[in-house]
Design a protein around this ligand. Sequence first.
Ligand code: PNS
Length: 162
Amino acid sequence: MHRIAVVPGSFDPITLGHIDVIERAAGLFDELHVLVVHNPGKTALLPIAQRVALIEKSVRDGGLPDNIKVTSWSVGLLVDYCTDVGASVLVKGIRSQIDVAYETPMAIVNRDLAGVETVFLLPNPAHAHVSSSLVRQVAALGGDVSPYVPAAVANYLQSPRE
Ligand code: PNS
């Protein structure tokens, strides 16, 4: 059986915490789709296409497994994408009880809607405090985000047009 899993998220921008979860998830499934989804509850920093490009570059530069595909989804439910591509599992990183509280209802609804299960991975403790919102804030105030994000993201946030 060819097992396909999806790691969905805003990835605005992708962090080293995301990279850790993506790398470990890629080892658990035959195919892993990293899916950039617009979250209407958040004010975006980067356009979706730029987030996809930065994830692709970070995955390539980091030497992550080649069963990883990066794409985006803007029409309909997340589980519609899963059904379209034949994915039966969503993968999410869980850093804290706050993440558990945020993710649990979505996991139950996604299972109710389409039988798609959610697998939670615990982070490498080195990245447990890292979030995209923290990175956006540090970057907006002129701080150094390089400890928290792949080099491609740090370079882009420093000089977005390059
Ligand atoms: O990185 P984020 O912002 O925490 O990711 C949240 C995301 C995009 C995965 C979540 O908002 C989502 O699943 N959106 C898709 C819309 C959807 O299918 N909603 C209904 C079931 S939860």
